[in-house]
Write a new protein. Structure first.
Lengths: 95, 290
């Protein structure tokens, strides 16, 4: 199971400023060292919130990642984030 | 022996310190104002208890602990409790906290806990995140007391079932009260009600849900058997990915061991995810009327 690596990329992008800056500039290069399956790699490189959620990434990490990508939280951002997940239900997130 | 003079379970939602900053400007969300009043009531309760030491039970929102090494229950025994994380200070404008840790009590809880069947992890190097600093800043803004931080996993599955959080809470109370030191100790926990930060139902849980009403009724009735029965990860997660944060309240309820809190308020409106404010006096904990 490679879900752990998805969570780890999201975590590092949100919590490690150096990795985050590099990742958001060139996601494809910066996920190369992680053990990811093709769908996970595509979702991370395209920063596809909906796909990451469907792949079982931890919602709190997806949200932190999205806040970082947005350069901070706002009410408008939160509504936009929730709209991207419309119709989805929570699934398994264990690594 | 030490004396437990107060037990509190309070929220750690960053919307509260933001509301506290905006209140003097008349710009706070009206739905948050009752929460600020509840914090003030619990602060007065804690002051009246005249504690010498605070045992603080908080979590970590992937600030430092991650799935490479995830503790379920951990005693923090560094020399100081420092926090919150810099990114939390930047994002929400949170006030920093830097307090001495009561190392003798931390080591006593760790060792005595092992004898009581709780294999606490321990750490001598950590940062306390907002789940410690927000309750501390609201409940003891004087920053004049030493603390002992206990970290609990509320976020990364699998987590222990609810009965274990209640049991560990009860053990913490027992071993603290057996500490060979004539100090007055308050226990401050934190938790959520329904919460879905980061998932599709995020906006829905910012109002009182049926689940919140049901669990609140069980808390008011002191029905720990039913509360713990309904507090597995799967059951809580079904009501929002952050709802397992309720286990923080379960741990405080376990420490209360059936005692009725004289302060109990549920806050559920559009200003923040639903949260509980619970406070027990020394008399409450001993089952006395006054």
């Amino acid at each position: 199971m490679t879900r752990y690596a998805v969570d780890k990329v999201l975590w590092k992008a949100a919590k490690d400023p150096e990795f985050g800056a590099a990742f958001f500039q060139d996601p494809a290069t910066n996920v190369e060292g992680f053990e990811l399956d093709p769908a996970e790699r595509t979702a991370l490189v395209s920063q596809d919130i909906r796909a990451l959620f469907q792949l079982g990434a931890h919602p709190f990490l997806i949200y932190s990642f999205a806040v970082t990508k947005n350069n901070g939280w706002s009410n408008e951002f939160m509504h936009d984030y929730v709209a991207k997940l419309e119709g989805l239900t929570l699934g398994d997130i264990e690594t | 022996m030490a004396k437990i003079v107060s037990l509190i379970s309070a929220p750690h939602d960053p919307t509260f310190p933001i509301a506290a900053r905006l209140e003097p400007l008349g710009k706070a969300h009206p739905g948050a104002l009752a929460g600020l009043e509840h914090f003030a009531a619990l602060r007065d309760m804690l002051t009246a208890a005249r504690p010498d030491v605070l045992v603080c039970i908080g979590s970590d929102h992937f600030g430092q602990w991650f799935m490479n090494n995830m503790p379920q229950f951990m005693v923090g025994k560094a020399t100081r409790l420092v926090g919150p994380l810099q990114d939390e200070q930047d994002a929400w404008g949170l006030e920093p906290v830097d307090l001495p840790i009561q190392g003798d009590l931390a080591r006593h809880i760790l060792r005595a806990g092992l004898n009581e069947g709780v294999d606490f992890s321990f750490s001598d190097e950590f940062t306390a995140d907002h789940s410690f600093t927000i309750p501390l800043n609201f409940l003891r803004p004087e920053h004049d007391l030493p603390v002992v931080p206990l970290f609990i996993n509320l976020l990364a599955p699998p987590v222990p079932p609810g009965w274990r959080y209640a049991q560990v809470g009860k053990v913490v109370r027992k071993v603290v009260s057996e500490w060979d030191n004539d100090l007055r100790v308050a226990i401050i926990g934190t938790g959520h009600m329904s919460n879905a930060v980061g998932s599709p139902r995020m906006l829905e849980t910012m109002a009182e849900a049926e689940w919140d009403q049901e669990m609140w009724a069980l808390i008011k009735a002191g029905d720990m058997a039913e509360i713990t029965k309904r507090s597995t990860w799967d059951q809580l997660y079904a009501h929002g990915n952050g709802t397992p944060g309720f286990l923080g309240n379960v741990m405080a309820l376990g420490a209360a061991d059936g005692a009725t809190p004289s302060f109990a308020e549920l806050l559920a409106n559009e200003a923040q995810p639903a949260v509980a404010f619970l406070g027990w006096t020394e008399a409450d904990l001993e089952g006395r009327d006054t």
